[in-house]
Design a protein around this ligand. Structure first.
Ligand code: HAS
Length: 548
């Protein structure tokens, strides 16, 4: 519990700092240049791009990874206690320290404006070597936790060879196997290209190869952020709603499909890149549409579980069950609002994936509009919601009425702010406003997008209020004096399952995780092999330059 709390607190501190840069980006897209003010408040911030890098790295990479490490370690660890399997806490702490020190080392050049390379760090943009080394150690920490969880599962299998893997552990193992396979691209890019280049050991890097390796990891990384949230939506949300998960096998199929299809899809970020043949881009486009299927299954399964909950709580009629759900509980409200935002976000993702439509929106503000609904709303809000049941059981500190109300107001404002911003960004994108641009510096350039820009200004203000309220609730809970033994003794509220699949051949087939992993590896080799061979055989290294 203490280890989980440390992961969680470090993650939320990153989210707090990263989010505070958010309103400045939002105002920029409202044509309001607030950066001179920020430079006065924080003299180390020297440019819009430095603020954007800090915002992206802290929110999208640091917060998400630490919460993934917390959730996808804690859930199987609590579940497997009943089967006599304990986690190796020494290695769990080693991973925490690796993450902490890696973050520290990467943060120094970021703060010194020596690694203003945005969260995608594409060469030939070149950052300080400490940024790449710190980031690599930080990511390696997640792999340590992954191996620990897989080790726990192997011990479970050894002790109980006849039993089917319990659901939370199943989700965690398929998740970590996906990440072990997916992180290879980033590891190769960092260790063999970026670190030697930034240290001056080699003179140049091939930008296309680096981008390809980055996106090899860069798309599945979004499922690395998403699946811990999905695990909570399947395992805990139905119980918080007062009902049951409708199907255990469907939940397993979802995680298995993510294991298979998360990785071989990265070219959908590179439709506009020359040097990759259209055939392979098309193959990745088709596979991307496959990876939307488990989310469509999730839409059905989670909505059905919520309907069941609403009816078990006495809700009647076509929509009466929605009213009957516990709308006074931030632990329930936050993930459900996130799910609602995920519907347009997912639809936008399918637009992005569609080979020809992508050319309409690529590199416009449509893209940040899309991912603020996905990671900024569903993933973040699911984690925000988890705070209200998880922190009490990790610390023994009960929720008070004031904290509950502040939390509820905070998550509603977060939802409204993100929706308003998403409308503004998608709309501006369709008016050809570029993403990642300091547009407030050229206020006359995009006057035709003045109306959607107002949405961004409003969103910046609403989201600032949301941050204040949510983090007030978070820290008020964390620093409360009162502890209660019965609160500390609470367990993860795992939902009961309506249909558990039983001990059938189909369930046994789903449980052959190594077989599915081998299939995932094969798919990756087929989808990436020819292009990687071609890129490695035709290197065009270029020296680096600075954006700032
Ligand atoms: Fe994406 C770009 C395609 C999902 C994040 N995406 C990005 C970037 C990020 C990101 C960060 O094909 C920008 C990267 C950069 O900086 O350049 N994305 C997709 C597709 C999906 C998708 C097809 N993305 C995500 C998720 C993310 C994420 C998830 C973060 C967590 N994305 C793309 C493409 C690009 C892209 C292209 C490149 C664009 C370019 O040109 O640069 C799919 O996985 C989406 C499937 C989702 C659904 C929605 C299902 C709905 C559900 C909700 C149900 C609601 C309920 C509520 C139950 C089909 C599950 C009921 C309510 C009650 C009250 C009862």
């Amino acid at each position: 519990k203490k280890l989980t709390l440390y992961y969680l607190v470090l993650g939320f501190v990153a989210l707090l700092v990263g989010s505070l840069f958010g309103p400045f980006q939002a105002l920029n897209y409202g044509n309001v240049d607030a950066y001179p003010l920020l430079k006065r408040l924080l003299p180390f911030v020297q440019s819009y791009y430095q603020g954007l890098t800090l915002h992206g790295v802290l929110n999208a990479i640091v917060f998400t990874q630490l919460l993934a490490m917390a959730v996808m370690f804690y859930l199987p660890a609590r579940e497997l206690r009943a089967y006599g399997v304990r986690p190796n806490l020494t290695w769990g702490w080693v991973a925490w320290w690796m993450a902490f020190l890696g973050l520290l080392v990467a943060a120094l050049p970021l703060l010194a404006n020596e690694a203003t390379v945005l969260y995608t760090f594409y060469p030939p943009l070149k950052g300080h070597w400490a940024f790449y080394v710190g980031a690599t150690v930080f990511v390696a920490a997640s792999l340590v936790v992954g191996l620990l969880v897989i080790g726990m599962w192997l011990r479970f299998k050894k002790l109980h060879p006849e039993r089917i893997t319990p659901l939370a552990t199943y989700m965690a193992v398929t998740f970590w196997l996906m990440w072990l396979l997916a992180s290879l691209g980033l590891v190769v890019e960092s260790v063999f290209l970026l670190i030697p280049w930034s240290l001056g050991l080699v003179q140049g890097v091939d930008p296309l190869l680096a981008r390809t390796l980055f996106w090899y990891t860069g798309h599945p990384i979004v499922y690395f952020w998403l699946l811990p949230a999905y695990a909570l939506l399947y395992l805990v949300l139905p119980k918080l709603a007062g009902g049951k998960l409708i199907s255990d096998p469907l939940a397993r199929v979802v995680f298995l499909l993510f294991l298979l299809f998360s990785v071989p899809v990265g070219f959908h970020h590179q439709y506009a890149d020359p040097g990759i043949t259209p055939t392979w881009k098309f193959v990745h486009a088709v596979l991307t549409l496959f990876v939307a299927v488990p989310s469509l299954i999730t839409a059905f399964t989670v909505a059905a579980s919520l309907e069941l909950a609403g009816r078990m709580r006495g809700g009647k009629g076509l929509f009466g069950w929605i009213k009957a759900l516990p709308w006074d509980n931030p632990a329930f409200v936050a993930p459900v609002l996130g799910l609602i935002a995920f519907i347009p976000g997912g639809a936008g993702g399918i637009v992005n994936a569609s080979y020809t439509l992508n050319y309409v929106i690529h590199n416009t503000t449509w893209v940040p509009g899309h991912f603020h609904l996905q990671v900024g709303t569903l993933v973040t809000m699911t984690m925000m919601g988890a705070v209200f049941w998880l922190v009490p059981q990790l610390t023994g500190k009960p929720l008070t009425e004031g904290i509950r109300k502040a939390g509820l107001a905070g998550v509603w404002l977060w939802f409204v702010g993100m929706l308003v911003m998403a409308v503004g960004l998608h709309w501006q994108g369709l008016l050809n406003v570029p993403r990642r641009a300091y547009i407030a510096q050229a206020p006359d350039a995009y006057t035709h997008a003045a109306v959607p820009m107002v949405f961004n200004i409003l969103a910046g203000i609403i989201l600032l209020l949301a941050i204040v309220l949510f983090f007030y609730a978070f820290f008020a809970l964390l620093f409360r004096g009162e502890r209660r033994a019965e609160v500390a003794a609470e367990e993860v509220p795992f939902a009961e399952v309506l249909s558990d699949g039983g001990d059938t051949p189909a369930m046994r087939l789903l449980d052959r995780i190594w077989f599915w992993f081998a299939l995932a590896v094969l798919l990756v080799v087929l989808a990436y092999g020819p292009t990687l061979v071609q890129l490695f055989g035709n290197l065009n290294p270029v020296p680096g330059w600075r954006l700032w």
